[in-house]
Design a protein around this ligand. Structure first.
Ligand SMILES: O=C[C@H](O)[C@H](O)COP(=O)(O)O
Ligand SMILES: C=C(OP(=O)(O)O)C(=O)O
Length: 354
């Protein structure tokens, strides 16, 4: 094809192409030192041990719906670190450090995609800020949780992560199931936004298998990735279709689906999203129900997810921002979070003693 012809067929809706550093270069700038490497591995091992019943504690994935201000997220991490230590006999606390937001239609897509919070989309800077904060959280000794949304970004940050999620909006996607089959940490598969749990069970089965698919390698070069399959994927109940799904009956029916599929009977329950109708004040009510199920001997509940930040509620981007308050879904404030963590720790201790 001649140059003018190419110009008429190729990239007709690409406005601008901006080079992006390779994962290797970002890792060179912001390395995971051997000490941090050991912390990540220890975190992953503890999560795996809880999921596989070798550790009787409860995993609690807790933190902001999204990170938009690394300073506030760092302050949150230092408070959470103290709680993680204080409650470590009963809870394995993992911090939500979520940089990628899946949107129902449009909206801010998280700090990696848009660190300027203004649609300017400086992904390179977003990845730098994200990796720096992830290393800081690991340095504090907290295992890190993220949602994996974009199939390219894991090469830049996944080495810091102890627990990953595939969200409700992407759990049916083959791309995300393949990605999960090659990720190095346990992955929680959320039920679909319409409430379908069987889709997440299918995702667990798909990610358990090995796959071959195109991606990028550590150097940023396009590559064919051959995965081994991920044996540590599990279900996350987040409610949906206008209904919660955290009750004892919902847990039993979800476990029946896992049993039917020949999968381990274990799950995590998200107190937020469809389970709270996105009302942060409802998260403690959901957590209380889960605590009671645990105290009645329900051992299949391996973990709980909470959306929490320094300040309660949420705010819209655009104006003057309140420090420490979510710009995506409403979060519990810090005091309410501590009360819920204490309640879950009591339930975990009681369940262990049964
Ligand atoms: O967790 C955050 C939100 O629930 C998710 O990103 C979807 O948000 P939206 O429905 O407001 O787009
Ligand atoms: C987007 C999230 O959840 P879900 O996929 O359940 O909506 C989240 O946990 O941030």
């Amino acid at each position: 094809m001649t140059a003018p012809e190419v110009q008429r067929v190729r990239d007709q809706r690409i406005e601008k192409v901006v080079p992006l550093m390779s994962p290797a270069l970002l890792h060179h700038e912001l390395p995971l030192t051997s000490e941090l490497h050991d912390t990540v591995l220890a975190g992953r091992k503890q999560v795996e041990d809880v999921l596989n019943g070798r550790d009787q504690r409860l995993i609690v994935v807790v933190g902001p719906c999204s990170v938009h201000d690394p300073v506030a997220a760092g302050e949150y991490a230092s408070l959470l670190r103290k709680e993680a230590e204080r409650l470590s006999e009963d809870l394995l606390i993992v911090m939500r450090v979520y940089f990628e937001k899946p949107r129902s239609t449009v909206g801010w897509k998280g700090l990696i995609m848009d660190p300027g919070l203004d649609g300017s989309g400086d992904v390179g800077t977003g990845l730098q800020i994200a990796r720096k904060l992830l290393l800081e959280v690991v340095r504090r000794g907290l295992p890190v949780a993220v949602e994996f949304l974009d199939p390219i970004t894991p090469q830049y940050i996944a080495d810091t992560v102890a627990w990953g999620a595939i969200g409700a909006r992407t759990v049916e996607s083959q791309v995300h199931r393949q990605l999960s089959s090659g990720l190095s940490m346990p992955i929680g598969m959320k039920n679909r936004p319409d409430g379908s749990v069987s889709t997440a069970v299918d995702a667990i089965q798909a990610a358990e298998a090995s796959h071959v698919f195109p991606g990028i390698d550590y150097s940023g070069t396009p590559a064919i990735l051959h995965t081994t399959g991920n044996p540590d994927c599990h279900l996350v109940l987040r409610g949906g279709g206008g209904k919660p799904n955290y009750s004892a009956e919902d847990v039993e029916s979800s476990l029946a689906l896992l049993r039917k599929a020949g999968l381990p009977e274990r799950l995590v329950i998200d107190c937020s999203h469809g389970n709270s109708n996105k009302d942060h004040k409802r998260q403690p009510i959901v957590a209380e129900d889960i605590a009671r199920q645990m105290e009645s001997g329900q051992r299949a509940i391996s973990g709980v997810m909470l959306e929490s930040f320094l300040e309660p509620g949420r705010q819209d981007l655009g104006g003057e921002l309140t420090y420490g308050q979510s710009v995506t879904d409403a979060c519990m404030g810090w005091d309410a979070t501590v009360a819920v963590l204490e309640r879950l720790a009591t339930a975990s201790a009681k369940r262990r003693a049964l």
